[in-house]
Design a protein around this ligand. Structure first.
Ligand SMILES: Cc1cc2nc3c(=O)[nH]c(=O)nc-3n(C[C@H](O)[C@H](O)[C@H](O)COP(=O)(O)OP(=O)(O)OC[C@H]3O[C@@H](n4cnc5c(N)ncnc54)[C@H](O)[C@@H]3O)c2cc1C
Length: 544
């Protein structure tokens, strides 16, 4: 038996589970969750022992996920001795395993590269930044996996697969996943391939713990770039034109075979996303930033907004073999000297290295702040109430109409929440934080509403929360109408099964879902129903 961190004595001494340390996990109110923590490089064996001893298992990764990911009701664990949070062992430096090492034999901090098939197998405890760094050394500086969520430096391989997360590229891990090892109580991980991968991807650990994953890797253009352009959120037609203009640039076709990814317009340039940063979030970032140089860069971007009279920044990011100025020149429409109608005069460019790191820190700073604010009750106030939108709208062709209409739906939602903030002024603080993805192939600008009130305004808080919930439902219904009416589609959100359930609740039942989402829901339900109760105890009732 190999239990690398030595937290457990031999399996015969099952009481060892009782003496594990407490897991420092919290529910969405910041209250500690009752669970004990087991960190291991061999999760399959530990899980088999825990399940055999009558414990429920809650997989834990980098803990970067959305609010409420670890919440469970006490009733759902009554039949178990307790909950063990199993976290794959991490390592500052991944350990290289020989090519051909079977997925089920890979430890959580190990990585195996197979150049013959252009695949990389990674243990669940690594981050995709670590995976890319090893690919860079072993295969070449431009080799990478197509997992680009903006938390790739802190989220773990297992957590990313389990949450089915998508970054700026708007590609789920399954776009290049070849296999997943899933431990659910048997003595070895089960290997999932093909459609079976969906028993793990996006299932939040409700069906088992992902111990390792194998993905295809690709060579992309070498240099990273970022172009930040101020835009006006209320001019949804102009914004729609801008995104439609970028449509061909943002089309990324994952090659069936071979390992080189080329751009659809210029082979050596791949636009991997259009991300949104708001003026308001820049102000928040500046108010809280500890680092003076980041603060100065954020102030520079704020100035761009001011000069252009804009309230949003569209951040075009990608990889290119050209310099950032040449990319800018290529993106420019010669006739109008704009990028899809957006003037470049107040734009700011970022290129590889520390500049991109600074850019990312600013882009992620505000959403992080919003998530933190939404989690914990400030002194003297009730626990904040929060809800966020997560609907990924896919346009099949270059067409302004669906994009402009979807953006108008979000604008209506923002206006409704602003009106609500005015109505409840003095009783409930209503904030709206907007961030996320403006990729025409996956439009998903997250709108997080956060409501706070003093204990004496508890009823007002409940009333305001119910009204926000109604407005969010209208938003979701509107987005569905846009998709149906203008040839676009919705493939859920970036959080796999939880986003699907959120949509289902907002639309008032399964019957209202489009056929593709009904099929996804049936698949998720079947996976949860087949899973051992020791894992599925956390799943929402709609999937049981
Ligand atoms: C700054 C920042 C940027 C972000 N950007 C994005 C983004 O661009 N796109 C996006 O989609 N999300 C984003 N997120 C959210 C989050 O990073 C992702 O959802 C990520 O995939 C979660 O991975 P994790 O390892 O942190 O999982 P955790 O937060 O630890 O867990 C998430 C869920 O998965 C389960 N789980 C964890 N590990 C495993 C495992 N090995 N096997 C089975 N189940 C497991 C947990 O039980 C939990 O239900 C961002 C978050 C932050 C803080």
């Amino acid at each position: 038996m190999r239990l690398s961190v030595g937290l457990l004595p031999p399996p015969s001494i099952m009481s060892a589970f009782d003496s594990l340390p407490k897991a420092e996990l919290a529910d969405d109110g910041g209250r500690p969750l009752e669970a004990q923590l087991l960190v291991t490089a061999d999760p399959a064996l530990s899980i088999a022992q825990a399940v055999a001893s009558g414990y429920a298992v809650m997989p834990a990764g980098g803990l970067t996920s959305a609010i409420g990911a670890f919440a469970y009701s006490k009733d759902s664990v009554g039949e178990f001795k307790g909950v063990i949070a199993v976290r794959p062992k991490q390592a500052p430096e991944p350990e290289l395993a020989p090519p051909g090492t079977p997925l089920e034999g890979l430890k959580t901090h190990q990585i195996a590269i197979d150049p013959a098939t252009a695949t990389v197998s990674a243990g669940a405890g690594l981050t995709f930044s670590q995976v890319n760094a090893v690919l860079g050394h072993v295969v070449g500086p431009a080799a990478r996996v197509l997992v680009d969520l903006t938390s790739i430096g802190s989220a773990m391989v297992g957590g990313v697969v389990a949450s089915g997360s998508m970054g700026p590229l708007r590609l789920r891990p399954s776009a290049s996943l070849q296999g997943v090892a899933l431990a659910a109580g048997g003595s070895e991980s089960e290997i999932l391939t093909g459609d079976e991968i969906f028993r793990a991807e996006g299932m939040q650990g409700w069906t088992g713990l992902v111990t390792a994953a194998r993905l295809r890797y690709f060579e992309t253009p070498l240099n990273e770039f970022g172009l930040v352009l101020p835009v006006q959120s209320g001019d949804t037609d102009a914004l729609g034109d801008f995104l439609a203009y970028l449509f061909p640039w943002t089309r990324v076709e994952v090659p069936e075979s071979g390992s080189t990814l080329v751009g659809s317009v210029d082979e050596a340039t791949i636009v991997n996303g259009v991300e949104l940063v708001t003026r308001a979030s820049l102000e928040q970032f500046i108010a809280h930033a500890g680092d003076d140089s980041l603060k100065a860069k954020a102030q520079n971007l704020l100035q761009s907004c001011d000069y252009a009279g804009a309230d949003w920044l569209a951040c075009i990011t990608g990889w290119s073999d050209h310099a950032v100025d040449d990319v800018l020149a290529m993106l420019l429409d010669e006739e109008t000297e704009t990028i899809g109608g957006v003037m470049i005069d107040f734009g700011v460019g970022f290129s590889s290295g520390s500049e991109m790191d600074a850019f990312r820190a600013i882009r992620e700073g505000a959403p992080d702040l919003a998530r933190t604010r939404a989690r914990v009750a400030p002194p003297g106030l009730l626990k904040p109430w929060t809800t966020s939108s997560d609907v990924n709208l896919i346009c099949p062709e270059k067409d302004t109409t669906p994009l402009a209409n979807a953006l108008a739906s979000y604008q209506t939602y923002r206006e409704a929440i602003a009106a609500l903030a005015a109505e409840f002024q003095g009783k409930v603080d209503v904030e709206m934080s907007v961030y996320g993805h403006l990729n025409p192939h996956g439009l998903d600008p997250h709108h997080r509403a956060i409501l706070m009130a003093k204990p004496e305004n508890k009823d007002d808080l409940a009333q305001a929360a119910a009204l926000v919930g109604e407005h969010k439902k209208s938003l979701m219904r509107d987005l569905l109408r846009v998709a149906k009416g203008f040839g676009a589609s919705i493939n859920g959100g970036e959080k796999g099964a939880p986003s699907l359930v959120d949509l289902l609740r907002a639309l008032g039942g399964e019957a209202a879902l489009p056929d593709n989402l009904k099929a996804d829901l049936a698949r998720a339900r079947s996976a949860v129903q087949k899973a051992p109760r020791a894992f599925s105890f956390r799943a929402p009732k709609e999937l049981l």
